[in-house]
Write a protein that binds this ligand. Structure first.
Ligand SMILES: *[C@@H]1O[C@H](CO)[C@@H](O)[C@H](O)[C@H]1NC(C)=O
Ligand SMILES: *[C@@H]1O[C@H](CO)[C@@H](O)[C@H](O)[C@H]1NC(C)=O
Ligand SMILES: *[C@@H]1O[C@H](CO)[C@@H](O)[C@H](O)[C@H]1NC(C)=O
Length: 192
């Protein structure tokens, strides 16, 4: 099981590397026009270090105690986490995730999260705002509620999946599936 998990992580990293490469090198490879929608797909890695980039602001009231994967119901947590291009914390930082979460599951595993993700990619600079439910040990889809800069009018899904939950720094893979409605593409033309 451990081996297959590692293989999976390796496969994820490989896919992340391959899918990120076009983002930084060529605008043509990652612009897809499915059903007339411009889209962008890539993955980054979010690193959260307890008491350094993420803090419990208000203690929860019931349920499991604080661990790498659980927090008591009602816990308010705030974070400003770096996002890198590979799972290695030392790899290039191209984003910052700032936000807060409130533990909303009595099992201590689920929370409602809001976050602003500021990105500095080669061809895209701006921020994406997301809101949704996060599961601490399973992949979770967060709807994109909007963006700024090059991400103005953006919609889609941001999926977070745990990569490494051991140690004081936990790492999540963050997959972006972004779509611009037709009017956004038209609106942005005069400025490009
Ligand atoms: C983080 O800080 C809190 C409050 O000072 C402390 O109770 C907790 O043990 C710390 N956690 C870690 C993992 O250092
Ligand atoms: C992470 O990157 C650093 C600096 O590039 C390197 O020294 C280190 O070996 C890498 N760690 C892993 C686990 O690949
Ligand atoms: C997870 O992180 C811990 C602590 O940094 C490290 O010792 C371990 O090798 C990592 N595991 C994997 C699968 O990368």
């Amino acid at each position: 099981m451990a081996v297959s998990f590692q293989d999976k992580v390796l496969a994820i990293l490989l896919v992340a590397f391959i899918s990120l490469k076009p983002t930084s090198s060529s605008q043509h490879h990652h612009h897809h026009h499915h059903h007339g929608l411009k889209s962008l797909h890539f993955a980054l890695f979010q690193h959260e270090t307890i008491n350094k980039t993420g803090y419990i602001i208000v203690n929860g009231v019931t349920g499991p105690g604080v661990s790498q994967t659980t927090t008591p119901f009602g816990t308010l947590f705030a974070f400003e986490d770096p996002m890198t291009v590979t799972a290695n914390r030392s790899s290039k930082i191209v984003g910052i995730a700032e936000g807060a979460s409130i533990t909303s599951g009595l099992d201590g595993l689920r929370s409602i999260s809001i976050a602003k993700i500021t990105l500095r990619l080669k061809k895209y600079t701006g921020s994406i705002s997301i809101v949704g439910g996060t599961h601490n040990i399973k992949p979770s889809d967060h709807p994109v509620v909007g963006g700024t800069g090059d991400f103005l009018f953006v919609q889609g899904i941001v999926t977070s999946s745990p990569v490494n939950l051991t140690g004081i720094t936990v790492t999540y893979k963050i997959e972006f599936h972004l779509y611009w409605p037709p009017y956004a593409t038209q609106a942005s033309l005069p400025y490009k």
